[in-house]
Design a protein around this ligand. Structure first.
Ligand code: CTP
Length: 447
């Protein structure tokens, strides 16, 4: 018998429910992950007991989703969700909560779940309950809908994105019939809330196989939430710097960058402006003048629609906007950009540039990487030196200038900026006496 080691709190809950005459199992993702030898994120419990009966067994519960049959039991400060066996597979999209029907049958509960690998239950008494060959699909590495795929996706259209996301997380392929059903039903993704789509997109991008973005496209899912990606997949780049279509270059660049949501998103968006900027010269070479600004615009719009937080959105928009800036590897120029962008963002920009180059053709690659490497070195050196990068880093401040006789108002800010400008060129000039003397001289000249 296959054994799953569950936390003692989970087995405790199951035993208590059983002692009260009910059935109870751990179910879904935790069973899948345990069989794969992965640490489950949380342990969901499914039971024949109604929410009221669960509450009778556990004096202290939280009504997490009582309408959907879910109550949470706290055990040693960890919440365990206990859900009553349900028949319907309607997964609310956050805006249209549905009432559900409970059932005393575990089989009924398992057959309305999304994929065979997610439709297994386990307890120590009965062992693994695997009615749809989830173990077989784990062994084959296949994501396959339980029963009639169209039915599963009609119950919850987000499952179409989940299917691709599990492929990306587990390195699996999609079952043929399941893929066919997604192709047919892709337009129904429109019904799903932006927040749920965003979560799946991020999970895919930060998975071990972000190249599965291609599968989102092939199944017509990107058409629903990022149609600009479809254009990119369909736009060639006849240019010595490139060897892939815009879309394939984007995918390659996502795979090349460090696994952080902001960076992966930056690569996703960085060239989406190319299709609308494409021109072909008399030699047949394609150009994409001005595309970073369009990419930044697309990032701003789409990330807004997908309800990303402002910080992530602003950073991605910034990185898309400047990904082609190519700062020269000279101390003063690098310092100036660090002052303008901030050190962290300037460093992120070098990561984006590196991934971008690595996803291009070999043409001048070493040269391109060398420039970025030198810029990075300068950034580190300047950061360590403690050179002033903002007016706050100057050895004088507004109060000092007022004492010299500067009027409160814009002149004050302008003078501080002028002093910073000087120190960006010559950081050793950030000496209090010298700067005060200079400010005094400027004030005289103003009179
Ligand atoms: N489930 C489903 N349809 C959905 C969401 C969930 O059938 N749209 C079922 C699956 O059996 C799933 C379980 O509910 O395994 C738990 O859902 P969730 O926590 O969202 O997914 P996990 O499989 O645990 O995976 P992850 O945490 O990575 O999302």
């Amino acid at each position: 018998m296959q054994q799953i080691r569950m936390p003692k709190q989970a087995s405790n809950i199951i035993e208590k429910l059983q002692a009260a005459g009910h059935e109870a199992y751990v179910v879904g993702g935790c069973v899948r992950d345990s069989l794969l030898g992965r640490e489950p994120y949380d342990w969901d419990i499914t039971t024949s007991a109604t929410p009221m009966q669960v509450k009778e067994v556990f004096p202290r519960t939280i009504d997490t989703g009582i309408k959907h049959g879910t109550v949470t039991v706290m055990m040693d400060h960890v919440g365990y969700e206990i859900t009553t066996y349900r028949i319907d597979g309607e997964y609310e999209d956050g805006r249209h909560p549905k009432n559900v029907t409970f059932t005393p049958s575990l089989k009924e509960d398992l057959r309305r779940r999304d994929f065979t690998i997610n439709a297994m239950a386990y307890n120590d008494r009965d062992g693994l309950v695997d009615l749809f060959d989830g173990v077989g699909d784990l062994e084959r590495g296949i994501v396959k809908a339980v029963g009639e795929a169209r039915q599963r996706f009609s119950e919850d259209a987000l499952r179409m994105m989940r299917a691709v996301r599990f492929c990306a997380q587990l390195g699996y392929s999609l079952d043929e019939e399941t893929a066919q059903a997604i192709k047919e039903l892709a337009p129904t993704l429109k019904r799903i809330s932006a927040e749920r789509i965003r979560v799946e997109l991020i999970k895919l991008l930060t998975s071990p196989h972000p190249e599965q973005m291609r599968l989102f496209y092939e199944l017509s899912l990107t058409k629903e939430f990022l149609p600009e990606f479809d254009r990119a997949m369909e736009t060639g780049q006849n240019n010595p710097h490139h060897c892939y279509s815009v879309g394939e270059h984007i995918i390659k660049s996502i795979c090349e960058i460090r696994n952080a949501p902001t960076l992966r998103l930056a690569m996703l968006f960085h060239d989406l402006g190319k299709p609308v900027c494409k021109t072909t010269d008399e030699k047949g070479i394609d150009h994409f003048y001005g595309h970073p600004a369009i990419s930044a615009k697309i990032a701003k719009k789409r990330m807004g629609l997908l309800k990303f937080d402002n910080e992530t959105r602003d950073t991605v928009v910034f990185l898309a906007q400047y990904h082609d800036l190519r700062i020269e590897p000279e101390e003063k120029k690098v310092r100036k950009k660090m002052s303008e962008f901030g050190t962290e963002r300037t460093l992120l920009l070098t990561e984006v540039e590196t991934a971008d180059v690595k996803a291009q053709s070999d043409y001048k690659r070493e040269e391109k990487l060398e420039r970025i490497r030198l810029v990075k070195e300068w950034i580190e050196r300047i950061r360590e030196s403690g050179d002033p990068l903002t007016v706050k880093d100057l050895t004088v401040d507004g109060t000092d200038l007022i004492r010299l006789g500067y009027p409160k108002g814009p002149a004050l800010g302008l003078e501080l900026k002028a002093l910073l400008e000087l120190c960006l060129q010559e950081p050793e000039k950030n000496q209090r006496d010298g700067l005060l003397a200079l400010a005094e001289k400027h004030l005289e000249q103003m009179k």
